[in-house]
Write a protein that binds this ligand. Structure first.
Ligand code: ASP
Length: 334
C-alpha cells in the first residue's frame, strides 16, 4: 500500500491485515517505554488544515511509538494565513523529504491531489465531507476486538450523514467486513443518494431496536450554511440516542467530539455500552499499523540506510514458516 486515501483502497483481506497488525502493536501501549524502533530514520509530517483532537494526537503518538521523527504542521499560525496555497505549502514542506504526510483538509479530494506534488506516502486523515479512512479502520478494529467478527452485524449510523466524512468511509468499510448498515436521521441530513453505497436508509428510529450497534454522528454545525433542523430540541426529541432509546444489548459508538445533549445524552456517553474510549485507544494502534504499512512498502522519497523495515526484499529473505520479526513488537525493546 503506497497511500491510504480512501477506505476503498483496501479490500477485506487488507482491512483484516491492518487490524491484525494493529493488534500486534497493542502490547506496546502497556510498556513502561511505549516505543518500538520499526520506523527509526523515517519522518512523518502531520499536515492539518482543520482542527482535530483525536486524529492528530493519535497520528503523532503512533509515529512516535514507531520511533519515526514527527513534524506537526497546523495551518493556523503558518504562512497559510499569509495566503500560501496548498500546493506551495506541500512543496515547501516536502523539501524536508518526509517519508509520509498525514493530511487533513476541508477540501474533498485534496489528499489525492497532494500525491502529485510529492513522493511521500499520503495518508488521508479527513478530506472535507468526503472520507476519513482511518476512522473507519479504528471503528472496525474496535468492533472486531469486542465481537470477533462483523459478519451479519446490524449497524445503524444515526445523525448528520450529509456533512460527515466518517459516514461514507464507515458504511463502505463495515459492508466490506460483512456488516449490514442502515443510515438514519432527518431527510435534510440523510441524502437519499447515500443508498448507492448499498446501505438501507431510514428517516425514523422506529426500527432502531433491530440494531446490534448504534453509531451516532456529530451534528456538524461548522459545515452548515443553513438550518437543517427546526431546532436542536426537536432534533433531539426525534433522533437523540439516550438510555430510553438504547437497548440493553446494543453497543454505542461515536467518532468524537460528542455534542452532549444533542446527538447523544450524557448518560449513554459514559454508560457501560459505550465504546467511545475504546475507539480512541484503537486510533493509536490502527494508525501505527497504517504508518507502518505505507512506509514498509517503500513509501517516501528515499529509504533509510538499512532499507525499509519490512520491505519486500527483507520479506523474501525471511525463512518460510519463521515468525515475522518486524511484526512482533516484543522483539523490539526500545
Ligand atoms: N472527528 C471526526 C471528523 O473529523 C468526526 C467529527 O468531527 O464529527 O470527521
Amino acid at each position: 500500500m503506497k497511500h491510504l486515501l480512501s477506505i476503498e483502497d483496501l479490500d477485506r483481506a487488507g482491512i483484516e491485515r491492518l487490524c491484525d497488525r494493529a493488534a500486534s502493536f497493542a502490547e506496546v501501549a502497556d510498556r513502561p517505554i511505549k516505543k518500538v524502533p520499526a520506523l527509526r530514520g523515517r519522518t512523518v509530517l502531520n499536515l492539518f488544515y482543520e482542527s482535530s483532537t483525536r486524529t492528530r494526537s493519535s497520528f503523532e503518538l503512533a509515529a512516535k511509538r514507531l520511533s519515526a521523527d514527527v513534524v506537526n504542521f497546523a495551518a493556523s499560525g503558518s504562512s497559510v494565513e499569509k495566503g500560501e496555497s496548498l500546493r506551495d505549502t506541500v512543496q515547501t514542506l516536502a523539501a524536508h523529504r518526509p517519508h509520509a504526510i498525514v493530511v487533513r483538509t476541508p477540501w474533498a479530494g485534496a489528499s489525492k491531489l497532494i500525491t502529485q506534488w510529492t513522493d511521500a506516502a499520503i495518508v488521508n486523515a479527513g478530506d472535507g465531507q468526503h472520507e476519513h479512512p482511518t476512522q473507519a479502520l479504528l471503528d472496525i478494529y474496535t468492533l472486531r476486538s469486542r465481537l470477533g467478527s462483523l459478519d451479519g452485524l446490524n449497524v445503524w449510523v444515526v445523525g448528520d450523514v450529509r456533512h460527515s466524512r466518517v459516514a461514507r468511509s464507515l458504511v463502505l468499510g463495515l459492508q466490506t467486513m460483512g456488516a449490514q448498515v442502515t443510515v438514519a436521521g432527518p431527510p435534510t441530513l440523510v441524502p437519499a443518494e447515500i443508498a448507492v453505497l448499498g446501505c438501507d436508509v431510514r428517516y425514523t428510529l422506529d426500527d432502531l431496536p433491530q440494531a446490534d450497534v448504534v453509531y451516532a454522528l456529530r451534528m456538524q454545525n461548522e459545515r452548515m450554511k443553513q438550518a437543517y433542523v427546526p431546532s436542536i430540541r426537536e432534533y433531539a426529541a426525534e433522533y437523540q440516542i439516550s438510555s430510553r432509546r438504547l437497548g440493553a444489548r446494543q453497543l454505542l459508538m461515536h467518532p468524537g467530539p460528542v455534542n452532549r445533549g444533542v446527538e447523544l445524552a450524557g448518560d449513554v456517553v459514559d454508560g457501560p455500552q459505550s465504546l467511545i474510549l475504546d475507539q480512541v485507544r484503537a486510533g493509536v494502534l490502527v494508525r501505527m499499523a497504517v504508518l507502518y504499512e505505507v512506509l514498509a512498502s517503500g513509501g517516501g522519497p528515499s529509504s533509510p540506510p538499512d532499507g525499509p523495515p519490512d520491505g519486500p526484499e527483507r520479506r523474501r529473505r525471511r525463512p518460510s514458516g519463521g515468525r515475522d520479526p518486524f511484526n512482533n513488537p516484543e522483539l523490539h525493546p526500545a
